[in-house]
Design a protein around this ligand. Sequence first.
Ligand SMILES: [Mn+2]
Length: 380
Amino acid sequence: MIKFIHVGDIHAGKHLKHKLRNDDAEYAISQIIDFAKKEPLDFILLAGDIFDQYNPDTEAIKIIFDFMVRELNALNIPIVAITGNHDSHAFFEGYKTLAKYANMHLFIKPSSTDYTITIKDANIICVPYISPKIIVKVWEESATSDYAHKVQNFINTIISKAPKNKFNIMVSHMMAKGAIATKSEREATISDFYAISLENILSLKELDYVALGHIHRYQKINTSVEAYYTGSCYQIDFNEEGQEKYFNFVVLEENSVAKVEKVKLDLKNQLKTLTVNASNFNIKEIEDVKGYVRIIIEDSIDNTKNLENMLKSEPIVNKVIDIRKSTYEKPNLEVDLHTIKDRLIDFYEEYYKAKYKEDLPEEIRKTFLELQYEVEHQDT
Ligand SMILES: [Mn+2]
């Protein structure tokens, strides 16, 4: 018999607007440790996006490599971890040897030679996040086949040639076809282009359990193997508002299907969006939220200004982390078009704010500037 925990995206070091969410990550991990103290485990699987940033802050590093690793090492429970699309390979390489001495086994780059670890009667196949850039390096295949096809074949092959044990598991950070995303995963990496069809990975049937990371909503994938996303460990951003969070406690016994227990995580902070105007505004309602609030103001310009001032003062200033407005003062558009050529992005920003009631996202700013460049350099 094998008993283990499957933990999804931790995202230590996440900033939501100006709020650092390390206390949320630490609180989730402390519950996993409490569980491990009561239930003897053979190992813990971390399915990637351990950190939110390529260069995590010191506190985030301490939460993972001091608090979590130390506590689990004291319990003599090995950690098997892979990188996600948010994790830096270079950063983890720096910890690889040290981590091993603390019973944490890091699988950092996708590999067709070094990707398995055996713990007791279980073989664990480790597939870190595979970027389109990396797949062409680790997997030689006809240039014409697309990303998903290449990744499917790569995974199929490494499972087939992996040594077999009484129990066989895979941990992978990927977008599985049919999974329901939450939009907090990074839009581009959850598109159809990235969607891996588990049905097309025939050797998956040899596995007893597939531990997935990347998608932030808890779900079982509709396929012929036991494949789960356990989701993020706390509500990462407002796309995850109202979601409950979990990890899986899995028991594997010979000749039977994996027993999967969905274990609920208590949340340090809930995220909540409130739409207010001068007549329904209620400070108490905001104070009562156990967590952080996003406010959408729907009122006249004058009332909006007053409400904004109230939201930015005590006692709620620390709870309100995002204010959006439905009314803006009209930008001055009476300009000579020739003179704004150099400031086109500023005007687009104003337009975007007025239309979508939010700041221009960095991705769109980049695209805008690229397009502008293309248009201006068309003839050359
Ligand atoms: Mn993630």
